[in-house]
Design a protein around this ligand. Sequence first.
Ligand code: PMP
Length: 288
Amino acid sequence: MEPKVYINGKLYPKNEAKISVFDHGLLYGDGVFEGIRCYNGNVFRFSEHIDRLYDSARAISMEIQLTRDELKDAVINTLNANNLKDSYIRLIVTRGVGKLGLNPFNCSESQIIIITDFIQLYSEELYEKGLSATIVPTIRNHPDALNPNVKSLNYLNNILAKIECINAGATEGIMLNKDGYVAEGTGDNIFIVKDNEILTPPTTAGILIGITRNVVIELANEAGMTVKEEQLTRDDLYNADECFLTGTAAEIIPVVNLDGRKIASGEPGKVTLRLLKKYQELTTQSSA
Ligand code: PMP
């Protein structure tokens, strides 16, 4: 069966799922999106993702033509039409068709696109052994220029960082913020463990407040561990006992090497593996 893609209320075969070249989503990256997972027929943290999408849209003064419930139904219908129980869902809202000028208010209605597919960012081996990362030269967008908490279609900041990390021979790039503190990965949040404390940069570090990040904080709390939100320096990362990244697509992945230096023993740490196990238990539960 050919995969079907939802565009504005209709399902199209993958090869016929097309939007206008005059859409400001394409012309200017003017739009917002979410990456969501469906595990065993349950859309994971569905409301949180939908709420973040509407917040991102509001931050860029863009109306979404469906209510939250209608949009959720559209996602479910697309999953069903594709007969998918385990899937990566890309939910995109573009500004719509406009003229060759910036003015977003000349655009048609915003366009809603739902792609249901699969994603595997890293090999199984990296989940077991951990990945190598590097601190990249490009800093995370200044929050006063483009707030990283708006999940916009303009990911050039992250793509530049990704290019730098690939060129440096690493699997993931860690971005610092305008003040030189650790912000996040190119598409994931970062945590370290030091002296039995779990630490992660605060929301004020100019990060996307990841939904997986929030889940990991909940899981740690449930297990009797606290997570401190603290400004982290590059030295804090080099001297960490453990380090891991979190994201909807990546889930939880250990980082064992940074800028060519081993993190502690160079193997995934105990706390990381414990949280990874708990995360897997949660995502395989029916009411996740
Ligand atoms: N930071 C960035 C820059 C991201 O793009 C993402 C999502 N891919 C995350 C963090 C993680 O967010 P979430 O856990 O909500 O997927």
